[in-house]
Design a protein around this ligand. Sequence first.
Ligand SMILES: [Zn+2]
Length: 345
Amino acid sequence: MPIRTARRLAAALSAAAITTAITAGCAGGPTQPTTAPPQAAPSSPATAPNAPAGAAVGEFSSDAPGSVNVYWTEVPQGLVLVDGLRTLSDARRALSRVQATGRPVVAIVVTHPHPDHVGGLAVFHEAYPTAPVYANVATAEFLRTDPLGFFALTHQQLGDDHPLKPFVPDHPVAPGAALDVGGARLESAEFGAGEAVTAVAYYRPDTGALFAGDLVGNHVTPALLEGHTCGWLTDLDQLRARFPTAKLIYPGHGAPGEPAALIDAQRDYLRTFRALVHPAIAPSSPAGADVDPAERQSVTAELDRRYPDHPRVASLPDLQDRNISAVAAELRAETAANQPPACRP
Ligand SMILES: [Zn+2]
């Protein structure tokens, strides 16, 4: 088989695996919104680390497995929505909760181009057609061109509940740009390949609310299928450094939480995962550079022991096995010379 064909096949297979993981488990139902009562935000991040973010933030989480969040944050002229859920039906359920607030959506911001965060965008755009939909250029391009076939495959799996062509955000966010949305200022930061091929985090300096998308999960088993744990670790260091005054992180999966704790926990999970897989790819290990079933079992058992009650962000039963394969391939390609400090053991 020609190398290029083999590469394409490998890319298609891994895209299929990723899409299966990202799209699986999407039956959704409403949950109670988490509303942080208005409160004067302390100026020092060291003060009251668990203080609410200072302005009401509503949330809808689709049902597990594969539960994913959409948030709406109050601004003077209405609400700003963060991300768009996986399916049209989940988005409709969330929309009724948004409409119940009696406040209009004045803008939508998108964190990254994974199908479980953008599949329902069209529902919100239809309901609020004049609200600009923001995303960085790389996200809009990914949604427009579907380079890994994520959206074609998601549509294949979920049918009409997930549009074949996702809604493409029409307002580009330049790297690091600040947005004026409905009378509030929203800062942003762009991140390189990590959890996804690209990501943007949005921050409200007036409330300390940091909407981090999937850069940070809270007590969830992530999908590592894109094989960028090193990039993700680097993203986490940058996220912490960029928004040192953040008071609450609103993650794409799992409950909101205190920034340092959530970022540290995510970093710990990724570093542990890499450290557990690393000996399995050593030339002296039982299967050499390959990871044999016994090694997989032992890595999975240790992860389960260290991280109990971490529901998967997708319902794929062999998600962890696929994660191990992706991280093993990533580690095999790393050398001391190309390894950034964030990823060194
Ligand atoms: Zn994601």
